[in-house]
Design a protein around this ligand. Structure first.
Ligand SMILES: C[S@@+](CC[C@H](N)C(=O)[O-])C[C@H]1O[C@@H](n2cnc3c(N)ncnc32)[C@H](O)[C@@H]1O
Length: 283
């Protein structure tokens, strides 16, 4: 049985059970239609290949940005990996959806919702129920109460959240230990964030800048934002995508003196968006 948000955040659903954690997050459908999906240990071959370069520059890698982190499981691994390479980095982990709220709408009925009141999970007396509709629901007519519940609840949830009558939570992994220097921040990589400008020695974009998901123009826009977030000459960028077999196609880039990117190393034939990154016009 999938854990309810209450169980997850109170730690009563099995403290270090990452399978159950993944199950919990994988059932949360965000308002853009995506689910919170990620997999631990998915970058092994990439880590091995890039280790010599990252270890050589360990002292330089102080501020790191990981974009599109989902629950941050792989961000925690990135922190451990960079520490093993000899760095002591501070990581900023961003995603479109990080913040959520648990709202009690009636005795024994709670809803996990995003800040706009979009329901992510109902919890009725400890039983976790998905608010989203699947194809079978149209056959069984179960979509009617689901759609009604969502339409009626969303404005109420939003109002309760705005008036502070909710428990704020973050949709992040429990693999994070106290003292880990990772800050989770909601951010859209397609929009320039002045607060991130010029701050980072290394940016990682893993399983986000995919041609099947974004257009070439959107990827160029995201990469231009990433370049603005890097400190400048010598800063590094890792872009990778994991396929269904768990293999990575990734490239390690370096920012050159003129602000363009150069490819330093490749794994699995390199990133599928390498051409767009190397062809990016100078700032
Ligand atoms: C497949 S997950 C990748 C998670 C992790 N990086 C990994 O490789 O395991 C992609 C994540 O990108 C996020 N995402 C999608 N569009 C985004 C955007 N415009 N800005 C920031 N994050 C975005 C999604 O919310 C999702 O959590």
């Amino acid at each position: 049985m999938v854990m309810s948000a209450r169980q997850y955040y109170s730690g009563t659903g099995g403290a270090a059970d990452y399978t159950r954690e993944s199950e919990f997050f994988a059932k949360l459908k965000m308002r853009n239609g995506t689910f919170k999906l990620t997999q631990p240990s998915r970058f092994r071959e990439l880590e091995t290949a890039f280790r010599p370069v990252l270890a050589e520059r360990a002292a330089q890698l102080r501020d790191v940005l990981d974009v599109g982190v989902s629950t941050g499981v792989t961000t925690v691994e990135l922190l451990r990996y960079l520490e093993a390479c000899g760095s002591t980095p501070k990581i900023t982990a961003t995603d479109l959806f990080i913040d959520a709220h648990i709202v009690e709408v009636a005795t024994g009925v709670r809803v996990l919702a995003d800040p706009e009141g979009w329901p992510l999970q109902y919890d009725v007396a400890g039983l976790a129920i998905r608010p989203w509709i699947r194809r079978l629901d149209y056959v069984s007519l179960a979509f009617i109460p689901r759609q009604l519940a969502k339409a009626m609840l969303q404005p109420r949830l939003r109002a309760l959240i705005r008036s502070g009558k909710s428990e704020p939570v973050q949709m992040i992994t429990r693999a994070l230990s106290r003292g880990d220097s990772i800050e989770f921040v909601e951010d859209d990589i397609m929009k320039r964030s002045p607060g991130l400008a010029g701050r980072f020695d290394l940016v990682r974009a893993a399983n986000i800048l995919n041609k099947s998901y974004f257009s070439a123009d959107q990827i160029r826009l995201a990469v231009a934002n990433i370049r603005a977030y890097l400190k400048g000459r010598g800063s590094l960028l890792i872009v990778t995508r994991t396929n269904e077999k768990g293999e990575n196609s990734g490239t390690l880039f370096e920012v050159m003196a003129d602000g363009s990117f150069a490819a330093l190393m490749r794994v699995g034939g390199g990133s599928e968006v390498e051409d767009l990154i190397l062809g990016l016009q100078e700032p």
